[in-house]
Design a protein around this ligand. Structure first.
Ligand code: IDP
Ligand code: MG
Length: 139
């Protein structure tokens, strides 16, 4: 996968609250092209595997519960400098620390329920995109 791609999930709270459209509009206005996208519901096994890097953290169980309680929108996004620019667009993990105008400042409720995921490196963007999409689903 090219290094100008990142992976995102609009998490269950964003779907529950009807924020899919508003968040996708921000993503498009920021210049990202949607390469792949779907509504999907992660199983417990999916969420445990996706967040395996956090398995020793105290919030791991809570994170798996949250990410499996309803559907998410998974997407691969393309733009120059995609990983870094998308992290800037979403803001800090804790919405209390997120910059004004960021997705998490606008739509996240707490450090746990924080509206969106964004990959933290080109390597993880490729791994996470491939976790959710086959090559035939990427355009
Ligand atoms: P990131 O999503 O900004 O990259 P990470 O540190 O990778 O943040 O954490 C992954 C996810 O785990 C966060 O987006 C959030 O949903 C959850 N999380 C992180 N820290 C906490 C915490 O202290 N309490 C509860 N949930 C947390
Ligand atoms: Mg992370």
């Amino acid at each position: 996968m090219a290094t100008n791609r990142t992976f995102t999930m609009l998490k269950p709270d964003s779907v529950e609250k009807g924020h899919i459209g508003a968040i996708l509009q921000m993503i498009n206005k920021a210049g990202f092209r949607i390469v792949a996208m779907k509504l999907t519901h992660m199983t417990t096994a999916d969420a445990k595997a996706f967040y395996a890097v956090h398995s020793e953290r105290p919030f791991y169980g809570e994170l798996v519960e949250y990410m499996t309680r309803g559907p998410i929108v998974a997407a691969i996004l393309e733009k120059d400098n995609a990983v870094e620019d998308f992290r800037t667009l979403i803001g800090a993990t804790n919405p209390a620390d997120a910059a004004e105008g960021t997705i998490r400042k606008l739509y996240a409720a707490s450090i746990g329920e924080n509206a969106v995921h964004g990959s933290d490196s080109d390597e993880n963007a490729a791994i996470e995109g491939a976790f959710h999409f086959s090559g035939r689903e990427m355009f």
